[in-house]
Ligand binder design. Structure first.
Ligand code: SF4
Length: 675
C-alpha cells in the first residue's frame, strides 16, 4: 500500500498525515510520526479525513442552469458560458459589478489564482473569503499593533509557556492539537487560565476558570492592564525600547479599575487582580484566542486590547510568550497571505501602495480602489450593485450571517458560478457549477494557523471529470486574455514566491514533511517560528487605547436570551464534508441548542425536546441539550446544520474596522415546540 504524506483538510492546526492508497483509491489515514507539530497524533476528524472522498454525492461533471434545474455540461460549455456572462456584465456594468469569493479550504495556489483572476481578468478588487467571518479583526488589530496580523509564535512554543491565558476559544474541540500543547505546558507546572462565557472542556481542566459576560472583553482586558500598571508590573525596559503610544493607553485604562468594570464583565474585582498578577509576573506568558474574541462588532478592539497586554508586559518575541489567534480552516491563514482580501495583494501588500508592482509583474493595468468585504458584497448584491459573482468552495448560504438576506443577495445576482466538491445550498442557486478536486486529489500548499507552509500532495485522481481548481482558474484567466503557462501547482508557487516577500524562499523542494514558517524571505532562510524577536517590522510595537462599547444587541423582554454560535468537535464549518462521514454523523447527527438546566426548568424544556429559537431575523427548530456548561440566560448552537441554520438568527451588524459581523451575540427567544 502506498502512503502519501499530506496535510489535514480540516482545521488550522495543520496536522501531518498519510493517505493510504490501494488500487488508485484512498482507503485509509494514519498520523505522521515525524510531523513536528502533530507528532503522530490526529483528532477524530483527521483519522477520518478520507471518508468523504468517494461519497456518491461528489460533483463529477460541470452543471449549467436550465430553468429551475441544473443539467450536465462539458467543461468547454461551462467555461465558455462563464466567460461570456462575466464579460457581458463587465462591458455593461463595469468591473465593480463583479466579485470573487475564494475559499479558506482551497490551497495557496488556488487562492492566489482567484485573487489574480479578480484583479487582472475582471479588473476589480472585490475579492474576499471566509477570514472576514473569523479573523479579519486579527488582521486589523495585530496588524496595527505589531505589523503582522498573524500568530506571533509557533504552536510548539506554547508548550514552553509558564502561563497561558485562553479566551474565546473552545480549544480542545476546535483546535485539539493546539490544546495538547497547552495541556503539556500545564503539566510542566504552568498555569492555565480560561476566561470564557461557556464552561468549555478546557475551562474544566484549567487552574483558573473565570466566566465572562459575552461582549464585555474590552472592559475586562483593560481592567487587567489597569492593575498591571497600578501595581508596577509593566516591563518598562520593553515598553521604552520597543513600543510607542503607552501613555495614551495608560490614561484610558486608568478609568477601568476592577471595581468599575466588574458589573460590566461579571468578574469580581479581586479575580481581575489575581489574573493580572499571574499573567504579568510570569517569565513567559502567552495568550490564545479564537472566534469568541473576534466575532463581535468590537472584534478589532478586543484583539488590540489583548495586544496592549502583551506589549505592556514584554511578552513577545520569545518562546512561550506571544499572542496566538487560532484560525478555523486549514488554510485561512494562507488565503489571507495570498491576498484574497479587498485591500491587499499577496504578502499583505496594500492595493493603494503596491499596484504598480503587480501591474508590472502581470503586464496589465489594475484597479486602484480597494474592493468591498464579503458581507458588504452580499449587501451590494441585494441592492443590484453586484451582478455577477464567482464563489470558490464557500457556502455562504450556511456560513454567513442573516441567511434570509444572503439568499436574497444570491438570488438577485444575474450570474453566479460556484465551484465545489459537493452540491451545497449555495451551488443550488448557481447558474454554473464547476466540480473540483478535493485535498487528496491535487498538489499545492496550505498555511496553518502557526504560519507553517506545508505541502498538500495528490494521492488519487479526482472523480469523474472534476479538475483541480488551479487548472480551472488558469483556463478562465486565459479566456480573459491573461497569459498563463503554469504546468503544475509548483509553478504557481514560484510566481507567489516572486511576488510575496514572506514566501520569497518557499518552494516545493524545500517544504518536505516539516514545511516552513513564513516569513521565509530567501532560499537560504530557515523560516521564522517566532516573530518580533529583535524588532517589529513596523519599527516599534504600537499601543492603541480602546474603550468598551456595548454589543450591538442585548436581550430584552421580547428576546430574553443571548445566543452564541460556534462549532462542534465532530463537524466542520457548513458540514459539507463531515456530514458525509458516517462515524462523525453518528456522533452528532443533527442540530441542538445548549441551554442551562435552570432556564430549561423554568420553560418546561427537557433534554431532547424539540424547541424553536427565534430572533428578529428568523427562526430555527432543533433539539434541546441541557448543560451546565452554558450559563443561565445564554444559549449556544453550532452552525453546521442546514436543516437548522444558526445563521438564520444572527445579525449582519459589522465591526467598523474589520467589517466582521457580530456573530457571537444575538438576542433570541426559545419555546418548546409542542407548547
Ligand atoms: Fe485535522 Fe485539526 Fe484534527 Fe489536526 S486537529 S487532525 S488538523 S482537524
Amino acid at each position: 500500500m502506498e502512503k502519501i504524506h499530506t496535510t489535514c483538510v480540516y482545521c488550522g492546526c495543520g496536522c501531518g498525515l498519510f493517505l493510504h492508497v490501494e488500487d488508485g483509491q484512498v482507503v485509509g489515514v494514519s498520523p505522521s510520526p515525524s510531523h513536528p507539530m502533530s507528532r503522530g497524533r490526529l483528532c477524530i476528524k483527521g483519522w477520518l479525513a478520507h471518508e468523504f472522498l468517494r461519497h456518491p454525492d461528489r460533483l463529477r461533471t460541470p452543471l449549467i442552469r436550465e430553468g429551475d434545474r441544473l443539467r450536465k455540461a462539458t467543461w468547454k460549455e461551462a467555461l465558455n458560458l462563464t466567460h461570456q456572462r462575466l464579460s457581458d456584465l463587465l462591458d455593461s456594468h463595469g468591473p465593480d459589478s463583479l466579485a470573487v469569493l475564494t475559499s479558506a479550504k482551497g490551497t495557496n495556489e488556488e487562492n492566489y489564482l482567484w485573487m489574480k483572476f479578480a484583479r487582472a481578468a475582471l479588473g476589480t478588487n472585490n475579492v474576499d473569503h471566509a477570514a472576514r467571518l473569523c479573523h479579519a479583526p486579527t488582521l486589523a488589530g495585530l496588524g496595527q499593533a505589531f505589523g503582522s496580523g498573524s500568530m506571533t509564535n509557533s504552536i510548539e512554543s506554547l508548550g514552553q509557556a509558564d502561563v497561558i491565558l485562553v479566551t474565546g476559544s473552545n480549544t480542545t474541540e476546535q483546535h485539539p492539537l493546539v490544546a495538547s500543547y497547552i495541556l503539556e505546558a500545564q503539566a510542566r507546572g504552568g498555569t492555565l487560565m480560561v476566561l470564557d462565557p461557556r464552561r468549555t472542556q478546557l475551562a474544566g481542566l484549567a487552574d483558573i476558570y473565570v466566566p465572562t459576560l459575552p461582549g464585555s472583553d474590552v472592559a475586562w482586558i483593560n481592567a487587567i492592564l489597569n492593575v498591571i500598571i497600578a501595581e508596577g508590573l509593566v516591563d518598562r525596559e520593553f515598553v521604552d525600547a520597543r513600543t510607542e503610544g503607552f501613555e495614551q493607553v495608560r490614561e484610558v485604562v486608568s478609568r477601568y479599575t476592577p471595581e468599575a468594570v466588574q458589573e460590566i464583565c461579571g468578574i469580581p474585582a479581586q479575580r481581575l487582580r489575581e489574573i493580572a498578577r499571574i499573567y504579568a509576573e510570569a517569565e513567559r506568558s502567552a495568550i490564545v484566542y479564537a472566534m469568541g474574541i473576534t466575532q463581535h462588532v468590537t472584534g478589532t478592539d478586543n484583539v488590540q486590547a489583548l495586544a496592549n497586554l502583551a506589549l505592556a508586559t514584554g511578552n513577545l518575541g520569545r518562546p512561550g510568550t506571544g499572542i496566538c489567534p487560532l484560525r478555523g480552516h486549514q488554510n485561512v491563514q494562507g488565503a489571507c497571505d495570498m491576498g484574497a482580501l479587498p485591500d491587499f495583494y499577496c504578502g499583505y501588500q496594500r492595493v493603494l501602495l503596491a499596484r504598480e508592482k503587480f501591474e508590472k509583474a502581470w503586464g496589465l493595468s489594475l484597479p486602484e480602489k480597494p474592493g468591498l468585504t464579503a458581507v458588504e458584497l452580499m449587501a451590494a448584491a441585494r441592492e443590484g450593485r453586484i451582478r455577477g459573482m464567482v464563489i470558490s468552495g464557500e457556502n455562504p448560504m450556511v456560513s454567513y450571517p442573516d441567511r434570509e438576506r444572503i439568499k436574497e443577495a444570491l438570488e438577485a445576482l444575474e450570474f453566479l458560478v460556484a465551484t465545489d466538491i459537493f452540491p451545497t445550498e449555495t451551488t443550488a442557486l448557481a447558474d454554473v457549477v464547476l466540480p473540483v478536486a478535493s485535498f487528496a486529489e491535487k498538489d499545492g500548499t496550505f498555511t496553518s494557523t502557526e504560519r507553517r507552509v506545508q505541502r498538500v500532495r495528490k494521492a488519487t485522481d479526482p472523480p469523474g471529470e472534476a479538475l483541480t481548481e488551479w487548472q480551472v482558474t488558469a483556463e478562465l484567466l486565459s479566456r480573459f486574455g491573461i497569459e498563463t503557462c503554469y504546468q503544475s501547482a509548483s509553478e504557481v508557487m514560484e510566481e507567489i514566491a516572486a511576488l510575496a516577500p514572506q514566501y520569497g524562499g518557499i518552494s516545493y523542494d524545500r517544504l518536505g514533511i516539516e514545511g516552513l514558517h513564513w516569513p521565509c524571505p530567501d532560499v537560504n532562510h530557515p523560516g521564522t517560528p517566532i516573530l518580533h524577536g529583535q524588532a517589529f517590522s513596523i519599527g516599534r510595537g504600537r499601543f492603541r487605547a480602546v474603550d468598551y462599547r456595548p454589543p450591538h444587541e442585548a436581550p430584552d423582554q421580547e428576546y430574553p436570551f443571548l445566543l452564541s454560535t460556534g462549532r462542534s468537535l465532530y463537524h466542520f464549518h457548513t458540514g459539507t464534508m463531515t456530514r458525509r462521514v458516517p462515524l462523525l454523523d453518528r456522533e452528532v447527527p443533527g442540530p441542538s441548542v445548549e441551554i442551562n438546566p435552570a432556564d430549561a426548568r423554568n420553560l418546561g424544556i427537557r433534554e431532547a425536546n424539540r424547541v424553536t429559537l427565534e430572533s428578529r431575523r428568523g427562526r430555527v427548530s432543533a433539539r434541546a441539550h441541557l448543560t451546565e456548561g452554558i450559563p443561565p440566560g445564554m444559549l449556544f448552537m453550532a452552525f453546521h446544520f442546514q436543516e437548522a441554520p444558526a445563521n438564520q438568527l444572527t445579525a449582519s451588524a459589522l465591526d467598523p474596522l474589520s467589517k466582521m459581523p457580530g456573530l457571537k451575540i444575538s438576542a433570541v427567544r426559545i419555546r418548546r415546540d409542542d407548547q
